[in-house]
Design a binder for this molecule. Structure first.
Ligand SMILES: C[S@@+](CC[C@H](N)C(=O)[O-])C[C@H]1O[C@@H](n2cnc3c(N)ncnc32)[C@H](O)[C@@H]1O
Length: 271
């Protein structure tokens, strides 16, 4: 770091920024004082650092992020690990993958990138109901030259090409799963993110379970005989997710714990 950069960091710290964040902003905006000032004002007003910087790492990808999309979370990186394990069990040379609620494209783009690095030519269909999210996800696919990813605006499965029925090897999803009541008491910084990416209606007496439940119940019909569903869910939703997966015709179901030790990722296999 140059002396001028160190001076900029000190100035930002004096204005109230955390030192580590001040360093990040200086690394990002360098000696552009106007950009640095705007960025620090946004951060001091409470906006998430990821939006202020405008891009953030997720596994091996640097993803563009802004207020149109959820900031990808570290626990979702674990979902990708489970997905890769699942695909290596199936050992398909050209798997067909559906990413439901793609947001930035974090899950589907990571899978496309990491499978390509292993010599696997996956096709990924990335779905979101939000046209804004799809714009960001498409830009992230272009940024990383991930051409085997296609994008569909759809309310979950509603607008998917019907010819995909029964052919998908893996469905991955990180849908909204926070109940409205819980959302009202969570960290206010979440209010900068799109509400529709976080909050879901209650279902079966479980807060925020509506979208997770819909995906579990509807997935079987779209999966191939040996296909699997991997879905992230809320902390209090594990038991309901497991029993709904069994009811929905999945032969083998398990719920994996996240980095904090809570069951958060349902893996449901058809065969
Ligand atoms: C929790 S975010 C996940 C984003 C990204 N997959 C990730 O893990 O960072 C949920 C995403 O689901 C999308 N979504 C919400 N309701 C949907 C629906 N009915 N159909 C399709 N996508 C939906 C939101 O727009 C949002 O991008």
């Amino acid at each position: 770091m140059t002396a001028a950069d160190a001076e900029s960091v000190s100035r930002l710290v004096t204005s109230g920024l955390d030192r580590r964040e001040a360093r990040w902003l200086v690394e990002e905006f360098g000696s552009d004082d106007a950009a640095l000032r705007t960025a620090s004002e946004r951060r001091l007003a409470g906006e998430p650092l990821q939006y202020v910087i405008g891009h953030w790492p997720f596994r091996s990808l640097d993803l563009d992020v802004d207020a149109r999309v959820l900031i990808p979370r570290p626990e979702t990186e674990e979902l990708v690990t489970h997905a890769l394990e699942e695909l290596s069990r199936n050992d398909r040379a050209t798997p067909l993958i559906l990413d439901l609620g793609c947001g930035t494209g974090a899950i589907g783009l990571s899978l496309a990138e990491e499978l390509m690095a292993r010599g696997v030519r996956a096709s990924v269909v990335a779905v979101d109901v939000s046209p804004d999210a799809l714009t960001v996800a498409r830009a992230n696919a272009r940024k990383h030259s991930l051409l085997a990813v296609s994008f569909v605006q759809s309310d979950w499965f509603d607008s998917l090409d019907p010819s995909l029925r029964g052919r998908i090897d893996l469905i991955v999803a990180n849908p909204p799963y926070v109940g409205a009541e819980e959302f009202s008491i969570l960290d206010p910084v979440l209010r900068f993110e799109p509400l529709g990416a976080l909050v879901a209606d209650d279902d079966r007496g479980v807060a925020g379970f509506r979208d997770v439940a819909h995906i579990i119940a509807a997935s079987s019909a779209w999966l191939s005989d040996a296909g699997a569903l991997i879905v992230e869910h809320g902390e209090g939703q594990g038991a309901a997710a497991l029993s709904l997966a069994r009811e929905s015709g999945f032969a083998d179901v398990e719920d994996h714990i996240d980095l904090a030790g809570h069951p958060r990722v349902l893996v449901a296999r058809r065969g």
